[in-house]
Design a protein. Sequence first.
Length: 177
Amino acid sequence: MRKTLDALYLGCGRLAAVFLGGICVLMLSQAILREVGVLIRGADDLTAWFCAATTFLALPHTFKNGDLVRVGLFLERLNERVRRYFEICALAIAAVFIGYMTYAVVPYVYESWKFNELAQGLIRAPLWIPQMSFLIGSAVFLIAIVDELIGVVRGRRPSYRVAEEERLARGDYSETV
């Protein structure tokens, strides 16, 4: 199960990277082609959809690897027992919030699919297609938070802390800058 979940988080991270690369290609192409008088129709729509996909699909991977902004400054000052309690509370609150967000997104995407809602921009695509990145990203993020919560309740050190400590041990202080 651990390998499957880690592969899921990594897959979301890689897919987010693909969309980020797509943003780069679209924006550079737009800038270069504009100089020769060529316009890429719908590039703004695609860029906006790719930004949303990058943001939401990257959440699980960045969270598990300690790259997501957390309340670490507060937690670092606590002793290990109290810190564990506060981490459990923070993860439980995050799970409730992200769970509700995912729950609210499902009917939103379903209604876009059911009523064949189309995007309002230059690209008349079914709106549920770009909305799926929001749903998938938030659902996998919820899985990652619950996975972490179960691990911390069972006494395991949070993976984001382990990843952060490994970076510091290697001399990588880029997160603290």
